[in-house]
Design a protein around this ligand. Structure first.
Ligand SMILES: Nc1ncnc2c1ncn2[C@@H]1O[C@H](COP(=O)(O)OP(=O)(O)OP(=O)(O)O)[C@@H](O)[C@H]1O
Length: 618
């Protein structure tokens, strides 16, 4: 990647931190300035002290230099420590900006993009680089942090060593007077710069391997992430034991796909190709100290300056060149970081394709929201041509009615719900709200019309009340009422801390482990608390025992009140409570009608499903 492109990307990455916390830049800069000033002050004052010792040895002046060395050292030391403390505190504060970038993007991405293979791959690679080599956003911050002291080191070094080249060797010093040639000074600096350059080029070759490693470890990292979480998930523990999943399935897979070990491709690259280059690059810079000593000592030998100045000049030159080589190294880091940032920004710049309308959704107390599917077809992104999850669906929801959606596995029921609440947009056809295409409404407002309990709903390891209300501040009486309506009232009464009881034990040792059915009731209560005009339950009773199921259905009319209710169920007996049933088969709505009408149609799908189920209960 061209250097200017790498710079642009790194500056853009710094912009992410700037937006989050400009004070971090100030703290880092001030801290770097003070940290660089301290050694130079010590070098300068020590040189004066040594000169005095080697010369007049005036006790008053010696005392003054000693006091100055101590005082300046103490003041600068304290100031540097305070600035470092400030900079560290700022770094801790700015750290979340680094880890929040991906979650922020994922939370605002179009839903279909979130589980897209490209998103999974991109986030996996970005996090892999971040954790493994620190490449990406954090390297940009780190390069800034490391460059600032180097800049001040170089400036201070120039200030303290400028007189070195000007100080002449007296005429009587024989061949050493040759050192007075300005070209020699230029030559010495030139050779030092050349050493830094060669060392930089060698290191750059080493650093370039990070990108190769990133590519090599691409799949291995996904394996690594999967296995990293495998054992931490307590919910997997039973399966792992029952089927000896780890020994029999996971371990062989892990072994076959593990690229990290020292003998694998990863180890070969990292230890045999990259490490020697980085080592050689670092070793080369030590030549600079040798050269500085040779030049300065020869000039001192010729009588250009006293012994005190030798310490000053050697100290100044080596510190300065350490700064120069650090700046070159940072240049390499910035360059090597470019491809990683390109991937990060390619991900962050992924455009949202779903149309975001501007119409506001009317707030109606009578809940008169007419929703209609008009010839809707849908194919999942990436699904092969001709594979439709939903085909030519036509449904008009009757306000305040109960619609049951039934059908075999994979017939398109959940897809239908996801389209209804606009997690996806139809591939063909339209969904209308009060006669207007739903795409034209503001997305957040449209979503507020629905309260959905998804099949794979998730609760948080936080207090029960907050789970139900979906908010840290809520109305406890309403939350308790909704839990009661969802048949969780008795269980709530048994909890000593009531609504304040934490669910699960991740965050509270006294948290309760709720059963699958209890979790489902809490999820239903959550949907009720939302008080949306549409309530949608995707297999609301799958995990409920028969008594609870009957309870829920009996109450359902009362619970749903004047809401339009849609629920998907595999237990067809529940359809008797509904005003209408839509039967799905291979992505098509093949029948609609009441339970009674559909059961009477002996040639229909519903009849087939009903009798298949009735057999089990006969
Ligand atoms: N995210 C997805 N990407 C690609 N295909 C999907 C995705 N989700 C579902 N499908 C496919 O779409 C079809 C319909 O799935 P859907 O989940 O709507 O069925 P369902 O009727 O709800 O099934 P079930 O009764 O098992 O819950 C299935 O063939 C499924 O494989």
């Amino acid at each position: 990647m061209p250097m200017h492109e790498a710079w642009r990307l790194n500056l853009r990455a710094l912009g992410l931190y700037w937006r989050y916390r400009p004070a971090w830049f100030a703290a880092t800069t001030v801290s770097a300035l003070l940290a660089a000033a301290l050694p130079y002050a010590t070098i300068w004052f020590s040189a004066r002290l040594i000169d005095e010792l080697a010369g007049a040895r005036d006790p008053a002046r010696l005392r003054m230099w000693v006091i100055l060395i101590l005082a300046v050292g103490a003041v600068l030391g304290l100031a540097a420590a305070a600035a470092k403390h400030w900079a560290n505190a700022e770094s801790d504060t700015v750290e979340p900006a680094g880890s929040q970038t991906i979650p922020d993007k994922l939370l605002t991405m179009d839903y279909p993009l979130v589980d897209d293979e490209r998103t999974i791959d991109a986030t996996s690679r970005i996090q892999q680089s971040d954790h493994f080599s620190g490449r990406g956003q954090r390297t940009a911050a780190w390069a800034y942090q490391a460059s600032m002291p180097a800049v001040f080191q170089v400036l201070g070094g120039i200030g303290l060593s400028a007189t070195l080249f000007a100080a002449p060797v007296p005429a009587g010093a024989g061949w050493l007077t040759a050192l007075n040639s300005p070209w020699l000074g230029v030559g010495v600096v030139g050779v030092m710069l050349a050493i830094v350059w060669v060392s930089t080029v060698v290191s750059a070759r080493g650093e370039a391997y990070w990108d190769v490693l990133d590519e090599e470890g691409r799949f291995g990292n996904r394996v690594f992430r999967f296995f990293g979480y495998l054992f931490r998930d307590a919910k997997r523990a039973a399966d792992l034991r029952m089927y000896r999943q780890y020994e029999r399935v996971a371990l062989p897979f892990q072994k076959a796909n593990e690229p990290w070990n020292i003998d694998g491709p990863f180890g070969r690259l990292l230890y045999r190709r990259m490490a020697p280059l980085l080592g050689a690059g670092a070793a080369l810079t030590s030549l600079i100290t040798g050269l500085a000593y040779a030049y300065v000592c020869l000039k001192a030998l010729g009588g250009a300056f006293g012994v005190g100045a030798v310490t000053q000049y050697v100290g100044a030159i080596t510190t300065m060149f350490a700064g120069v080589s650090k700046l070159f190294e940072m240049g390499v880091q910035i360059w090597a970081n470019g491809p990683f940032l390109r991937r990060l920004f390619a991900f962050l710049d992924t455009p949202n394709a779903m149309y975001q309308g501007t119409l506001t959704t009317e707030k109606r107390t009578d809940r008169q929201y007419d929703v209609e599917f008009r010839d809707v077809s849908f194919r999942y992104p990436g699904a092969p041509e001709g594979v439709w999850a939903l085909r030519h669906a036509n449904v008009k929801f009757r306000v305040g009615s109960r619609l049951a959606v039934v059908g075999e596995n994979g017939s398109g029921k959940t897809t239908f719900i996801k389209l209804l609440c606009r997690l996806y947009d139809p591939t063909e056809g339209q969904i209308l709200l009060n006669g207007i295409d739903v795409r034209k409404y503001r997305y957040d407002e449209y979503m507020r019309i629905f309260a959905v309990v998804f099949q794979d709903f998730r609760l948080l390891a936080l207090p029960l009340g907050q789970n139900v209300a979906g908010s840290a501040h809520y109305d406890p009486a309403r939350a308790a009422r909704c839990l009661g309506d969802a048949d969780f009232g008795e269980r709530l009464a048994s909890l000593p801390r009531g609504l304040d009881t934490f669910l699960y034990r991740e965050l509270d040792p006294d948290g309760v482990e709720v059963s699958g059915g209890e979790a489902q009731k809490i999820a239903i209560a959550r949907a009720l608390y939302r008080d949306a005009p549409f309530i949608v339950l995707d297999e609301p009773t799958a995990a409920l025992d028969p008594v609870a199921e009957a309870e829920i259905y009996e109450r359902f009319d009362r619970i749903a009140l004047d809401r339009t209710a849609v629920y998907i169920s595999h237990r067809l007996s529940s359809c008797r409570f509904c005003d209408e049933v839509a039967v799905f088969d291979h992505g098509r709505i093949v029948q609609t009608g009441t339970h009674g009408e559909l059961v009477a149609d002996r040639s229909g799908k519903y009849y087939e499903l009903w009798h298949a189920q009735a057999q089990y209960y006969a």
